[in-house]
Design a protein around this ligand. Sequence first.
Ligand code: PEP
Ligand code: MN
Length: 346
Amino acid sequence: MVIVMAVDATDEDITAVVNVVSSAGGRAFVSRGLNRTIIGLVGDVDLFDSLNLVALPGVADVMRISAPYKLVSREHHPERSTVRVGGVSIGPETVTLIAGPCAVETPAQTLEAALMARAAGATLLRGGAYKPRTSPYAFQGLGVDGLRILADVRDKTGLPIVTEVVDAADVPVVAEYADMLQVGTRNMQNFPLLQAVGDARRPVMLKRGMSATIEEWLMAAEYIAQRGNLEIVLCERGIRTFETSTRNTLDIAAVPVAQRLSHLPVIVDPSHSGGRRDLVLPLARAAIAAGADGIIVDVHPHPETALCDGPQALVDEDVPRLAEAVSVMAAAVGRPVTGVPALAVS
Ligand code: PEP
Ligand code: MN
């Protein structure tokens, strides 16, 4: 059950609801959002019904939600949500393109990749400063130096930054520089990290765990929402299957399924799904055709020397081809590509 508090509800109203629920033997989880507070209830739903909670001061609505995830469910919020990242919208009205290097390597490489991204119509820049690598011997990212490079490139290009955080302890510093925090596939069930990004006042991109069901993915999003942060974008990035010709298998059905179950925007990463440059365009087209609210792709000025994921990075002529494919497919599904916000253009 979920209680939606009125916009003008006071702290006393919230405490009163929590007390009524606790005295009835239930547990109340308070999620303080930017605009309003939501209280998730766990316990005997019939008993909660008998408490007539809707009559308490400051309570706007009381909803019964059957899904195990509450705040991110469409039962709680029937309209699909739009998440704003540094003035750029990701949601059902448009298709948003996010592009950039897999990893931040040098200031010049990051700037060049950002200019490629912008030329392709991207309105958000991706790039990892903290890289979760399978091998401890692989490039682990530049850390805070990488965040500074991203901030500098944002100043030069006007593109807000999406960057990964891999450790709960790093959330404050990453949130200081980033416009959107990315939680990667390997950390989808790192619950302390999910809670830490839930506490940060930054939008979050939550990638699907490579072996996670859609329900597990939405439960992970619920960890973030439960801390009061509902600015979450889900990202399908391919799952592990028996198939070895591609790096992962893009689960295209996950897009409409997750959108039906959750109000959160759903985007697709065709680069990490296929793991191959030649698959990025077809997978990007498929994603937009399936209704994805955006795509996130790797671009690199010199993929042959890239320190991470060079084989899947778009380069040179691939970039205008992607731009063309995105605009044609977005038009085919009747959704304009998200434009660069006027204030952010430099
Ligand atoms: C990435 O986007 O850089 C990344 C590591 O992706 P994933 O977590 O999907 O593997
Ligand atoms: Mn990568």
